[in-house]
Design a protein around this ligand. Structure first.
Ligand SMILES: C[S@@+](CC[C@H](N)C(=O)[O-])C[C@H]1O[C@@H](n2cnc3c(N)ncnc32)[C@H](O)[C@@H]1O
Length: 232
């Protein structure tokens, strides 16, 4: 059995074991886990560093979608403490922690759904997002990627660090479990839930290209988050 087959086997086992676990509303999920959150995410330490390195130098104003407590921002500000950041997140308790950690920075937080937030036109040197967008179906991301494209200044970049499905089977499996769980869940359809539905690199890239982006670079190491640099 190769490593991908073993990975899929473990994933199926985990889905089987958690088949009765109810879905949780997105913001409640992160609020409940706030205390252990940064410790839990420390497995991605190297990815956060690589992500910050991938941000082109010279960026002055960036928009972070699903910034949470700002683990990627910790590294971005280490590189350049003067960068102005607007961080959008649904979860106020995550934003409160970010504000507590970085009260000395040029930081604006917005507690809102980024699908609804107005990014403006030609405003940002970069839009970044780390480990947030894999919770959404491509149907929703399509419009969001267009909005990001138009929100960027000419030549600006969208830096995406995320969980990418290893193959079509993983993407289809998680999507089907998600749809089944949503049907069974009392949480209304217009509320977000926490469940991972990553796309394959091929499908994620196609969505970005359809929005007008040119994929400049992809760092796709199975031990780290996948990092995509897309330019407008
Ligand atoms: C796994 S955390 C990642 C946080 C941060 N980027 C990091 O890597 O530590 C995902 C974050 O995305 C936020 N989020 C999910 N869907 C969102 C949406 N539609 N609008 C705004 N924030 C959202 C969650 O509240 C959560 O803080």
């Amino acid at each position: 059995m190769n490593s991908q087959q073993k990975y899929l086997q473990d994933l199926k086992q985990w889905l089987h074991e958690t088949s009765d676990s109810p879905l949780e509303e997105m913001s409640d999920f992160f609020t409940k886990r706030l205390d252990g959150y940064e410790e839990h995410m420390s497995v991605w330490e190297k990815s956060y560093r690589l992500f910050a390195q991938a941000l082109p130098s010279g960026c002055q104003e960036i928009l972070d979608l699903g910034c949470g407590t700002g683990l990627e921002l910790d590294h971005i500000w280490q590189k350049d403490p003067d960068i102005k950041v607007t961080g959008v997140d649904l979860c106020q308790s995550m934003l409160d922690k970010l504000l507590e950690k970085h009260s000395d920075k040029h930081l604006t937080t917005v507690c809102q759904d980024y699908f609804q937030y107005d990014f403006g036109y030609g405003v940002w040197d970069a839009v970044v997002s780390f480990e947030s967008l894999h919770h959404f179906l491509p149907e929703g991301k399509r419009e969001l990627y267009r909005k990001i494209y138009h929100g960027l200044k000419k030549g600006g970049v969208f830096l995406l660090g995320d969980y990418i499905a290893c193959c079509d089977e993983e993407e289809e499996l998680l999507r089907s479990v998600y749809l089944k769980k949503r049907k069974q869940s009392p949480i209304p359809d217009n509320h977000f839930v926490h469940f991972d539905i990553p796309l394959t690199l091929e499908h994620e890239s196609r969505l970005l290209q359809d929005a007008g982006f040119i994929i400049k670079k992809v760092r796709n190491n199975p031990d780290n988050a996948t990092i995509i640099i897309a330019s407008s």
